[in-house]
Write a protein that binds this ligand. Structure first.
Ligand code: NDP
Length: 253
């Protein structure tokens, strides 16, 4: 995407990022801080969270807050309690990037292990939804809230062996569409980003034989992440965007 954001695009914006401790989420948090945002970081690993928060603090001028949240073991009630704690520290949320996710097993449907299937659904769908539900009151306090989910090309067109991950991303697209309709006449827009093949640990697990040097890095795909959090996307809702439009799904050739 060719997008040239203004350097103060996210000044006075408060943005929460899940899975902010690695890969695309860590890069998005740093990028938002560089463009002026105050950050709320969520992650499952306390040490990685502290390091990510320090990096974000150094990258920007705004404040950074962080909370530990394991989307595998949390519950709807825990998410409500977390949202309550967050509301004690910040007045509103202007953006939420749901980025955390897991891949599960790349095996045919007949071989999908029930516990792995359920774990993928818990992290990518159920608890992502319960967190969204808990955070919506804070987003509705913004004059232009942006709720962004992370999808995948296999969440739009099923692919053999992508099992629970593909189904979870179809659910993500559905969650985005329902919420976008519900808030269409209010001040919260809801969209998805499909990053496209990006050089991260998850990608290396999915395609171990691929030449990672041929993939875009998380930094390369940040223009869309910025666009959707800033004022230029204010009227966009209910859309599933591609961070790498035109890229053919699958392994890098
Ligand atoms: P990574 O595996 O590099 O990062 C995933 C992040 O999610 C990490 O910060 C990880 O935490 C966090 N996470 C995983 N499980 C949990 C959990 N139980 N609770 C809380 N946080 C958790 O993946 P990517 O950066 O590649 O992926 C980011 C998003 O982009 C995902 O939603 C993925 O599905 C999507 N995507 C990625 C593509 C790619 O090519 N990379 C392509 C299409 C979609 P920790 O740091 O502790 O490991």
């Amino acid at each position: 995407m060719h997008y040239q954001p203004k350097q103060d695009l996210l000044q006075n914006r408060i943005i929460l990022v899940t899975g902010a401790t690695d890969g695309i989420g860590a890069e998005a948090a740093l990028t938002y801080a560089r463009y002026g945002a105050e950050l709320v970081l969520l992650g499952r690993n306390e040490d990685k969270l502290k390091r990510a928060a320090e990096a974000v603090r150094l990258a920007g001028n705004g404040q950074v807050h962080y909370w530990k949240l394991d989307l595998d073991t949390t519950s709807a009630g825990d998410c409500q309690m977390l949202a309550h704690e967050i509301a004690q520290r910040i007045p509103r949320l202007d953006g939420v990037l749901h980025n955390a996710g897991v891949l599960g097993d790349i095996v045919p449907m007949i071989d999908q292990a029930p516990e792995v299937w359920q774990q993928v659904m818990r992290i990518n769908v159920d608890n992502t939804f319960f967190l969204t539900q808990a955070l919506l009151p804070l987003l509705l306090k913004s004059d232009a809230g942006s709720l962004v989910f992370t999808t995948s090309s296999v969440g739009r067109q099923g692919r053999s062996a992508w099992g629970a991950y593909a189904v979870s991303k179809f659910a993500t697209e559905g969650m985005m569409q329902v919420l976008a309709e519900e808030y269409r006449s209010q001040n919260v827009r809801v969209n998805c980003i499909n990053p496209g093949g990006t050089r991260t640990k998850m990608r290396a697990n999915a395609f171990p034989d691929e030449d990672a040097a041929r993939l875009k890095t998380p930094a390369d795909i940040m223009p869309l992440y910025l666009y959707l959090m800033g004022d230029d996307s204010r009227r966009k809702t209910g859309i599933s965007f591609d961070a790498q439009p035109g890229r053919k799904p699958g392994a890098a050739e």
